[in-house]
Structure formats: C-alpha cells, structure tokens
Design a protein around this ligand. Structure first.
Ligand SMILES: Cc1cc2nc3c(=O)[nH]c(=O)nc-3n(C[C@H](O)[C@H](O)[C@H](O)COP(=O)(O)O)c2cc1C
Length: 309
C-alpha cells in the first residue's frame, strides 16, 4: 500500500514551530511519506535580534515587501502531494517576512491545487496573519482544510515581556518572576493529539470535515478581546509602516528617527496604555459581545470573508 505523500513547508527562526509540527506528526510519521521543506531567507534574520533591527523590520512585514528567500529544489516543487502542512508565524500581526517572501516567489507554485493545513506558533495574535495567508492560498487555488494555532496562554502583558526577552536576548528560560517564553512546553507536547485525526481524514478522503474535529480537540483557543486589540494594532501598524518607509528602505539611516518614534510609542502602548486599552477592550467586549461571538466562530473555521480584520 502506498503511503500518503505529505509536504511539510515551514519557516521557524528558533525552532519552536518546527517542534510543534514534529509533535503533530509524532504518531503518524511512519504512516506517511514526508518531505520537509524549510523556507530559508537568502540573508537569515538575526537571532537574538538587535532592537533597532527588530523594529526596523516592521514596515516591510506589514507592507508585504520582504527580502527574498531561497528557491525550493525543483524536485520538491514539481512533486505530487496529498497534503501540505504549512507552518507560519505572525510578525507584527502579519505573516513573517520569510513566509510572505515565499508565497510571492515562483516556488509557491508547489501549493497550487493542494490541500493545506496551516499550523501557527504565535504569542497570541495570529488572526490577521491567517487572513492574509487565506488570501494567498486562494490566489494559488489551494484549499485550506485545517488550521491549528498554538499560542502562549499566559496573560498578555507577561507573554509580551517574555517574548521581548526571548527575541532580544535569546533567553527562552524563566528568570526572576517571569516564566518561560513562547508556547507552553506541555501544549507543544499535547499537539501530538492532532496527528491521528489528520491521518484518518486523509486516508478516508474526508479532509473537508477535518477542521470540525480539530476544533473539538482544542486546535483554536481564542479570547474575544484579542480580536479588538488586533484591530487597533493593525490600523496603527499600517499608518506607521507608510510613515517610516517614506524616509527610506530597510536599515536606511534616514528612517531611523521614525523607527525610534515607533519603538517608543509601542513601549508606551504596551506598558502604560495596555492596562487602559485592556480595560476599554473589556468594556467594548461586553457591548459588542454578540458581534465578537460571531467573530470567534468565524476565526475557528476556514473560509475567507473580505474585511473581517
Ligand atoms: C519580529 C517578530 C514579530 C512578532 N510579532 C508577533 C505578533 O504580531 N503576534 C504574535 O502572536 N507573535 C508575534 N511574534 C512571535 C512569533 O510569532 C513566534 O511565535 C516566535 O517568533 C517563535 O517562532 P519561530 O518558530 O519562528 O521561532 C513575533 C516575533 C518576532 C521575531
């Protein structure tokens, strides 16, 4: 009996997303013929990040004008697959630059007419990034058949502090009063439970009903308030990206003044305004509960509707 052919296409800077995908595949990897295709920027992004480079990466991430990634080998691009597992992560509320660079590159044709499960490893704000991925997949005539999103479930302010420590110092481990950064280890290990349902739906040729089962297993946990926070964040990032890019391209000395303004504003927004915005979000949450419940249901399924975020 021939094994189903699966392409695992992903980018992972620290290895967290690769680790998540490996756990999802743990129980089924021997039943599949798997090809791994890591997406690699021509010039790797630094890790740990220098703070100036980190904030300078915002405009091109938000505008989807990333630096190039390496092409995939022809034998990978031209092969047939029964399923693609596509791992992506948000940067500044959009797909990370290596992911958008890949989706705009000739190698993206590997996704044409394919069935795709997206796997996300984020801090906690991935909704807008996934909306963008849905649009790229539609253009490639690919069909989204599943989405699994793993997030850091710690309170927003804690996960912000630990992700900054992780990105700027490379330190994932707990220190002082702060816990480990990133998706909790136990949640990464428990991702193993998604493997068998994926395999069964693939074998039975019933991938169109997979997402319902994944959601029942907890593949998407969403706090309604985050929909509101993402909305505010996106419109601000869009304005700031245009304002910064008007002064020059990535790293241009002329734009560093504006990058610093953005960095300072973000720090103020996170640490001073965040408690206030959270409170306002909580109030708006009560007022808009019906709409937000509808949003949560929308983000658990796979269809794309213009203007949701
Ligand atoms: C430049 C940058 C921006 C990020 N922006 C977001 C974001 O907007 N929302 C979010 O939930 N996580 C964000 N993260 C966290 C990443 O999505 C991801 O979880 C983390 O970088 C680890 O992923 P890895 O598998 O690539 O190492 C950001 C990380 C980086 C480096």
């Amino acid at each position: 009996m021939t094994k189903p052919r699966v392409l695992v296409l992903y980018y992972s800077q620290t290895g967290q997303l690769r680790n998540i995908i490996d756990n999802i595949l743990l129980d089924i990897k021997d039943k599949l013929e798997i090809t791994y295709a890591p997406i690699e920027p021509v010039t790797p992004f630094p890790f740990p990040w220098n703070p100036d480079v980190f904030f300078d990466a915002m405009p091109e991430t938000v505008m989807h004008t990333p630096p190039p990634v390496k092409s995939l080998p022809d034998e990978i691009v031209n092969a047939e697959y029964d399923l693609v597992i596509f791992g992506h992560q948000p940067w500044f509320l959009n797909p990370s630059m290596p992911i958008t660079a890949f989706l705009q590159s000739p190698s993206a044709k590997v996704l044409v007419n394919k069935k795709v499960i997206t796997v996300i490893g984020a801090r906690n704000m991935w909704l807008h990034a996934q909306e963008k991925i849905k649009q790229y997949l539609l253009k490639l005539n690919a069909t989204l058949v599943g989405n699994i999103a793993l997030v850091d479930t710690k309170p927003n302010i804690i996960s912000t502090l630990t992700v900054i420590r992780w990105a700027m110092k490379g330190q994932k481990e707990a220190s002082g009063i702060l816990p480990d950064a990133g998706v909790q280890k136990a949640d990464i290990e428990k991702a193993q439970r998604y493997g068998m349902p994926i395999y069964r739906h693939l074998e039975d040729n019933k991938l169109e009903s997979l997402q319902q089962e994944l959601v029942l297993l907890g593949a998407i946990q969403l706090k309604p308030g985050l929909v509101l926070l993402e909305n505010t964040g996106i419109s601000n990032f869009r304005k700031w990206s245009k304002y910064i890019a008007a002064k020059g391209g990535p790293g241009a000395p002329e734009r560093q003044g504006r990058v610093k303004q953005f960095k300072n504003l973000l720090i103020v927004a996170i640490f001073i305004l965040s408690p206030i915005t959270s409170l306002i979000a909580k109030i708006r949450e009560q007022v808009k509960m019906k709409k937000l419940k509808d949003d949560v249901a929308y983000f658990k399924q796979l269809k794309f509707e213009e203007g949701r975020l």
